[in-house]
Design a protein around this ligand. Structure first.
Ligand code: KIV
Length: 287
């Protein structure tokens, strides 16, 4: 998957999938799957760091999490999310931080949130040679301005504004657009209104790609489940069951059995012996 393939998929009407990873092991699991794209999203604020919103995440946090994902998924296209406050000051600031994400992590492109108001920053980063993925609809970094985590574009006016935003950031140079939490009919209209692929999360079926947070779709994250999340597995339950079995077998004394122990015979350490009972010559050999 390269930036060019995103357009190819859309032009050929071929759907694809896009999921999150924030660490080496998860990235390597996604790398073994059929999913085409990984996002190291600032949603790591909630999922990995236990914050209640994404705004506290720093450039250092993002770099710290993107690096192991790049190592774990060498065959997957990796998107690095620009955290809140890292691109809204000036075009110079936006370019400098986009440069850092690419240079210090090796990810394939950056993603940032916002429409018309971010068009100059998008254009500046693209001109600096870095591919940019846009993000419209519910933009978690500015939820306080949006009045909370709620469906966007549900009036004709706000839907028209979203389409305008999409056309503007497409002109500014984004190669694709994440569209979060909007009515399906609005997402369908956007996917028709722009040439670049629309990557939907809570945006219904008529978009070019489906996005989900891995910990949500595998049933790992326990604090909250948005309406648009389908849990394709119940990993959290399986993990709790595994931990409880470990606890139970430890208390029973059935773990670790010989199969999981090193069973070499060490002279002087026969069953029941302790260091105080070792013969002098054995001690000399040992120390
Ligand atoms: O940070 C994130 O996980 C995202 C997705 C919700 C698209 O931006």
């Amino acid at each position: 998957m390269t930036v060019l393939d995103f357009q190819k998929y859309k032009d050929e009407g071929k759907k694809f999938t896009y999921v999150t990873a924030y660490d080496y092991t998860t990235a390597s699991i996604v790398n073994d799957s059929e999913c085409e794209v990984i996002l190291v999203g600032d949603s790591l604020a909630m999922v990995m760091l236990g914050y209640t919103s994404t705004t506290a995440v720093t450039m250092e946090d993002m770099i710290h999490h993107i690096r192991p994902v790049v190592k774990g998924a060498p065959n997957t296209f990796i998107v690095g999310d620009m955290p809140f406050g890292s691109y809204n000051v000036s075009c110079e600031q936006a370019i400098a931080n986009a440069n850092r994400l690419i240079k210090e992590t090796g990810c394939d492109c950056i993603k940032l949130e916002g429409g018309i108001e971010m068009a100059d920053k998008i254009e500046a980063i693209v001109k600096a040679g870095i591919p940019v993925m846009g993000h419209l609809g519910l933009t978690p970094q500015t939820t306080s301005q949006l009045g909370g985590f709620r469906v966007q574009g549900s009036t004709p006016e706000s839907a028209a504004k979203l389409i305008e935003d999409a056309k503007t950031i497409e002109k500014a140079g984004v190669f694709s657009i994440v569209l979060e939490c909007v009515p399906s009919c609005v997402a369908r209209a956007m996917a028709k209104a722009v040439k670049v692929p629309v990557l939907g999360i809570g945006a219904g079926p008529d978009v070019d790609c489906q996005v989900l947070v891995t910990q949500d779709l595998l049933g790992m994250y326990g604090d909250f489940k948005p309406k648009f999340v389908k849990q394709f597995a119940q990993i959290r339950t399986a993990m709790v069951e595994g931990l409880n079995q470990f606890h139970k077998e430890t208390l029973e004394g059935t773990f670790p059995s010989p199969e999981f122990s090193f069973n070499a015979k060490v002279p002087g350490y026969e069953e029941g012996a302790c260091a105080g009972e070792l013969k002098e010559e054995v001690l000399k050999k040992l120390y």
